[in-house]
Design a protein around this ligand. Structure first.
Ligand code: C2E
Ligand code: CA
Ligand code: CA
Length: 637
C-alpha cells in the first residue's frame, strides 16, 4: 500500500516537473528538451510500476495474462528509462557521430531485450511466474539489471572522458545520477525492491531540472549562447585571477533596419546564423550575446597578428552574409577591442571601455575596428573633464560665454543680423568649442538648461545695448529637438522674453533637419506656440542631411541656411551650390549662405542670387565687446 502511495506521489511530482519545464521551454527557442523526455520516460515507468504493484499487493488483482503483460512492461520500462536518461546526457557530451553510434548500439540492445521479454510471454524462460503471477526466477531480471548497469557505465565513462569540458555542477549531476542509479540497481538486485530506484530517479530528475533552470538563466534565449549575465561572471573571474585577455565587442550595424526589412523572423535568423558562425569558428574563444545586436568574443591574449587574422575572418564572413529564405543578406560589423588587464581593473571599467570604444567607432564612421588604447584613454578623460565642467558651469554661469557672428546683406555688405554661438571658458582647459561640448550636453540631458541660459544672456545683451536692437533685425540662437520636447518649454522661453521686455521678433531659433523630422507632438506644439508669438525659425545646415523637400515646403521656416560644406564645395565650379540655391529660390525661401571665407565664394554666392551671408570673410564669431566695436567700425565704413 505504502509503495503504491509513494509511487502515486512521485508521479505527481514528476508530472509537475515535466509541465513546468515544458512551460519554461516555451519561452526559449530551440531548447534542449532533455528533462522533458526523461520525465516522460519516468512517468511511463511509474505508471507501470503503480499498475504492477496494485496487482502484486492484491489491491486490484488482474487476470493472469494481463498481470504478466503488465509485469513485463514494467521490467522493460526500467532499462528504457535509464537508456533515455543516459542517452540525453551523452547527446550533450559527444560529437554527432559518436553519439549516433553509441545510441544505436545501446538502442539495439534495448530492442533485443524488449522483444525477447515479450516473446517470452509464451515461452516462460526468461521470466518464471508463480501461480500468483509474481516473478519467481529466470534470467529476465538479471539481464535487465545488467543492461541498465551497462547504460549507466557508458554515461559515466563518457562523462569522465569529457570531464574537462563540463562545468563542475554538471559534473556533480552526471556523476551523482550515475551513482544513485547504480546503487538503486544493486538494492533492486539484493532486496527486489524498487523503492530506491523510484525515489532516487525522482530526486535526480528534480536536480537536473533545477540545474537546467540555472543554466537557462545564463543562456541567451534566441541564439543559445551565454548571455550578458554570463559575460559579467566570466569577466569578473578573469579580472580577479589577473588573466590576460583580448575582448572583442561586435556590433551588427543598422540592425534595426535589417529587422524592419526582413521582419523580426529574418532579424532573428541573422542573429542565429551569426552566433552559429562564431561558435563554429572560434573554439578557443568564449562567446556571448550581451544584448540585441551585440556579441562578445573573449580570447586568451592575442598578438597583433593574431588579432588582425581574427578580425579579417569576421569581416569576410559578414561580407558573405547569410541566407534568409532565398535571399543572401550581408551585413556590416563594428568591432571594439579591449585588452585586459586595464589600468583600473574592474568589470565596470572594462564594460565602459568597450562601449566607449564602440561609440567612438559610431561617431567617427570611418573606422569599423578600434582598439582601446592610451590615446583613447586621453579622449575619454577629456570628455569626462568636459562633462564635469558642463555641470560646474551651470552653477558658475560666467564660464558660459556668448560669441556673436554677424550675418551680412550682400547688397552693400551691411550687417543685418547675428548668430549667437556658445563657448565654455575653463581655467585649466581654456576655451572649449561647442562642437565638442554640445553633443556631450545633449547626452547628459543638460542641453535645455544651456539653451535657457543662452537665451537669458542674449536678452541681457540686447537690453544692455538697445542700439543693437535697432541695427539688427534679430539675433539667432541654436536649439536642438530636445529643447522643444519638454511640455512647458515654449511658455518658459516666452516668459524669459517678456520678463526681459524683448520683442519675440528679435529672436530667431536655428534648428536642424533631424528636428524638423521629429514626429513628437510636443515639439510641434511648442514650435507653433513660439511662432505665434513672432519667434522666427531658421533651417540650419541645409545640404548636409537628407534634404527632405516636404519639410521645406510644408514647414514654417522663415529662412534656410545653406551649410558651409556646400559653399566650399568647388567641384564642377560650385554646381551643388547653384542647384540648391536655385531650388530654394523657386520655393520662395530666403537664404543665408554659411561659412563664406573667400572673395571667390562671396562672388559665387552673389551670382546665385543669395541675399545673406555669414562667414570668416566678414568676421569670425566675436565676444560681445569685440562684436560691438566691429559693428561700430562697419557702420563707420
Ligand atoms: P552652426 O550652428 O552651424 O554654427 C556655425 C559654425 O560655423 C560656428 O562654429 C562658426 O564659428 C562656424 N563658422 C562660421 N563662419 C565660418 C567660416 O567662414 N569658416 C569656418 N570654417 N567656420 C565658420 P562654432 O561656433 O564652433 O559652433 C559649432 C556648432 O555648435 C554650431 O554650428 C552649432 O551647431 C553648435 N552650437 C554653437 N552654439 C550653440 C548653442 O548655443 N546651442 C546649441 N544647441 N548649439 C550650439
Ligand atoms: Ca547655427
Ligand atoms: Ca550651420
Amino acid at each position: 500500500m505504502e509503495l503504491v502511495m509513494m509511487e502515486l506521489f512521485l508521479l505527481i511530482v514528476v508530472v509537475s516537473i515535466a509541465v513546468s519545464q515544458k512551460e519554461a521551454s516555451l519561452l526559449v527557442k530551440h531548447q534542449d528538451v532533455e528533462v522533458v523526455s526523461v520525465a516522460i520516460a519516468y512517468i511511463g515507468y511509474l505508471a507501470l510500476a503503480v499498475l504492477s504493484h496494485v496487482h502484486i499487493r492484491g489491491l486490484f488483482p488482474f487476470s493472469p495474462a494481463i498481470a504478466r503483460l503488465v509485469t513485463i512492461l514494467h521490467i522493460v520500462s526500467i532499462p528504457l528509462l535509464i537508456f533515455v536518461w543516459m542517452n540525453s546526457i551523452e547527446k550533450r557530451l559527444l560529437s554527432k557521430r559518436s553519439y549516433s553510434l553509441f545510441s544505436r548500439v545501446q538502442g539495439a540492445l534495448l530492442v533485443l531485450f524488449s522483444v525477447a521479454s515479450f516473446v517470452d510471454l509464451t515461452f516462460n524462460r526468461l521470466y518464471v511466474f508463480s501461480w500468483e503471477q509474481m516473478i519467481r526466477g529466470g534470467w529476465g531480471i538479471p539481464l535487465m539489471l545488467g543492461l541498465s548497469t551497462f547504460f549507466v557505465f557508458v554515461e559515466l565513462g563518457t562523462a569522465l572522458v569529457k570531464w574537462k569540458l563540463i562545468e563542475w555542477h554538471e559534473r556533480a549531476i552526471m556523476v551523482l545520477t550515475a551513482l544513485f542509479l547504480l546503487f538503486s540497481l544493486v538494492l533492486f538486485e539484493v532486496f527486489r525492491q524498487p523503492y530506491m530506484l523510484s525515489l532516487s530517479s525522482a530526486f535526480m530528475l528534480l536536480l537536473s531540472f533545477l540545474s537546467w533552470q540555472r543554466k537557462e538563466l545564463l543562456l541567451d534565449w534566441l541564439t543559445r549562447i551565454p548571455n550578458n549575465q554570463a559575460f559579467m561572471k566570466v569577466l569578473n573571474k578573469g579580472i580577479s585571477s589577473h588573466q590576460h585577455r583580448t575582448i572583442l565587442l561586435l556590433d551588427i550595424e543598422n540592425f534595426r533596419l535589417l529587422n524592419e526589412r526582413y521582419a523580426e523572423d529574418g532579424g532573428d535568423a541573422i542573429l542565429r546564423s551569426f552566433a552559429d558562425f562564431l561558435k563554429t569558428t572560434y573554439e578557443q574563444a568564449e562567446i556571448f550575446r550581451i544584448g540585441g545586436n551585440r556579441f562578445i568574443l573573449m580570447f586568451p591574449w592575442l598578438t597583433h597578428n593574431e588579432l588582425v587574422r581574427e578580425v579579417n575572418i569576421i569581416k569576410e564572413k559578414t561580407a558573405k552574409g547569410c541566407t534568409i529564405g532565398e535571399t543572401q543578406v550581408s551585413f556590416h560589423v563594428n568591432i571594439a577591442i579591449v585588452e585586459i588587464p586595464l589600468q583600473k581593473n574592474t568589470v565596470d571599467e572594462v564594460v565602459e571601455s568597450l562601449s566607449f570604444t564602440m561609440t567612438e567607432i559610431k561617431e567617427k564612421r570611418r573606422q569599423p575596428v578600434i582598439i582601446f588604447n592610451q590615446k583613447l584613454i586621453g579622449v575619454r578623460q577629456r570628455r569626462l573633464d568636459i562633462l564635469s565642467i558642463l555641470r560646474k558651469a551651470l552653477l558658475e554661469q560666467d564660464m558660459i560665454q556668448v560669441y556673436f557672428q554677424p550675418i551680412m546683406d550682400v547688397d552693400g555688405n551691411k550687417p543685418v543680423a547675428a548668430e549667437a554661438l556658445m563657448r565654455l571658458q575653463d581655467e585649466r582647459m581654456g576655451i572649449i568649442s561647442p562642437g565638442e561640448f554640445i553633443p556631450l550636453a545633449e547626452q547628459a540631458g543638460l542641453i535645455s538648461m544651456y539653451t535657457e541660459i543662452m537665451l537669458q544672456k542674449v536678452c541681457a545683451f540686447l537690453i544692455e545695448h538697445p542700439s543693437i536692437q535697432e541695427r539688427l533685425s534679430h539675433v539667432s540662437i541654436n536649439i536642438v529637438a530636445e529643447d522643444l520636447a519638454v511640455g512647458d518649454i515654449a511658455c518658459r522661453l516666452l516668459d524669459i522674453l517678456s520678463q526681459r521686455g524683448i520683442d519675440a521678433k528679435k529672436i530667431g531659433f536655428e534648428v536642424t533637419e533631424s528636428m524638423v523630422l521629429s514626429s513628437d507632438p510636443v515639439v510641434t506644439k511648442s514650435w507653433q506656440a513660439l511662432r505665434n508669438m513672432g519667434v522666427r525659425f531658421f533651417l540650419d545646415d541645409f545640404g548636409t542631411g537628407y534634404a527632405n523637400l516636404d519639410s521645406l515646403v510644408n514647414l514654417p521656416f522663415d529662412v534656410v541656411k545653406i551649410d558651409r560644406s556646400v559653399v566650399s564645395n568647388t567641384t564642377n565650379s560650385y554646381e551643388l551650390l547653384s542647384l540648391i540655391a536655385g531650388m530654394l529660390e523657386r520655393l520662395g525661401k530666403e537664404v543665408i549662405a554659411e561659412g563664406v571665407e573667400t572673395l571667390e565664394q562671396l562672388e559665387m554666392v552673389k551670382s546665385n542670387r543669395i541675399s545673406y551671408v555669414q562667414g570668416y570673410y566678414f568676421s569670425r564669431p566675436l565676444p560681445p565687446g569685440d562684436f560691438l566695436s566691429w559693428l561700430e567700425a562697419s557702420s563707420a565704413d
